[in-house]
Design a protein around this ligand. Structure first.
Ligand code: ADP
Ligand code: ADP
Length: 225
């Protein structure tokens, strides 16, 4: 069973005004567990819009969003929020770590909020940090870490509560090319290790080519690249 299915997704901004922008015009996607799919398109094509709809942060005008077999278009706000918190992890270009907490605490806190014990949360945080090569930085605050280290910590935080679906919007976009490569490897390590379904928007064709499939957003639809 797919983790994410999008069927006929349509989305416009400023609907019904002269400035209407039709961004998505029947986008379809089937994303399975264990699969990393690259989403490539020029700026303004609608990548963020698609990720926000897939992650239940925004509503489509038409079409169906299914997460783990559950038709989210039939759920209310509470059901959508519950599914988002349980099943979806988000990664952005800028990491938004909490500056007054250490790297490990940034990964522990969402787990405590989700009902985990402190010991289990701590173990999980250290395991994730080790898998992306920053265990030695666990006790440091974000300001004491390099950009690449901060971003790796942010990946760990996004996966802290074991989501099934990972949505990433230019996850290495603010890093220099060499760091970006390393950090991308760390991300793929987590995606594979956790058996996630991942949809990763990127401008970087080299990184895209290292995923299982590449999709382009073209005139509001997803097409194989
Ligand atoms: P991408 O992530 O590919 O750069 P976006 O999804 O951010 O694209 O945006 C797609 C299009 O929708 C762009 O033309 C953008 O200007 C427009 N857009 C995005 N959000 C809004 C909004 N809230 N109101 C009006 N237009 C928007
Ligand atoms: P919390 O459990 O902290 O209240 P939410 O359920 O509101 O978090 O959001 C879950 C995830 O969605 C978070 O990882 C956050 O990064 C992302 N998120 C929430 N609101 C927005 C938004 N308006 N724009 C982008 N990402 C968001």
């Amino acid at each position: 069973e797919p983790v994410l299915t999008l069927t006929g997704i349509e989305k416009s901004y400023l609907r019904g005004t002269p400035g209407e922008v039709r961004v998505l015009r029947g986008a379809d996607l089937v994303l399975n567990a264990g699969e990393a799919v690259a989403l490539v398109a020029p700026s303004g094509a609608g990548k963020s819009t698609l990720l926000h709809i897939a992650g239940l942060l925004d509503m489509a005008d038409a079409g169906q969003v299914m997460i783990a077999g559950d038709d989210m278009t039939r759920r209310g706000d509470r059901g959508r929020t519950a599914t988002r918190r349980r099943d979806v992890g988000f990664i952005y270009q800028f990491h938004h770590l909490l500056p007054e907490f250490t790297a490990a605490e940034n990964i522990v806190l969402p787990q405590l909020a989700d009902g985990a014990s402190r010991a289990a949360a701590q173990d999980r945080a250290m395991d994730l940090l080790a898998r992306v090569g920053v265990a030695g930085r666990a006790g440091h605050r974000p300001a004491a870490l390099s950009g690449g280290e901060q971003q790796r910590v942010a990946f760990c935080r996004a996966l802290a509560n074991r989501p099934r679906l990972l949505l990433a919007d230019e996850p290495t976009g603010n890093l220099d090319p060499a760091t970006s490569d390393q950090v991308f490897d760390a991300l793929m390590e987590l995606v594979r290790g956790e058996g996630l379904a991942a949809l990763i928007a990127t401008h970087n064709m080299d990184l895209a080519a290292r995923m299982d499939r590449v999709l382009r957003l073209e005139e509001g639809r997803l097409v194989a690249a």
